[in-house]
Design a binder for this molecule. Structure first.
Ligand code: ZN
Length: 98
């Protein structure tokens, strides 16, 4: 089940492309209001834990060249950005980091 973000101001659901376009600013393409991403999503936690394990424990044992490691990091980053709008929850107010 994938769900795309809904603007908390005008309740319009963003399309996948719109979400990708407003990935960093999170400004609604319909009403122009600013939204904030909910922090501490399970997906983000899983992603950071998995990438940490790979970088710290798996990378040192692989005989990959620096170039291959860079390529893998970029692929991971691309997957992260591509899946970012899925299950993204928006809020009207910025949440404190802690
Ligand atoms: Zn809106």
């Amino acid at each position: 089940m994938k769900s795309l973000p809904t603007c908390q101001h005008c309740k319009m659901q963003w399309t996948y492309t719109e979400s990708l376009k407003s990935l960093f600013r999170l400004r609604c393409p319909y009403c122009g209001e600013k939204n904030f991403a909910r922090k501490q999503r399970p997906r983000d936690i899983i992603f950071s834990v998995v990438s940490m394990i790979i970088i710290l424990f798996i990378f040192p044992f692989l005989n990959f060249t620096f170039l291959w490691k860079t390529v893998l990091v970029f692929i991971a980053l691309a997957i992260y950005i591509a899946t970012y709008p899925i299950n993204l929850k928006l809020t009207k107010d910025e949440e404190p980091i802690f």
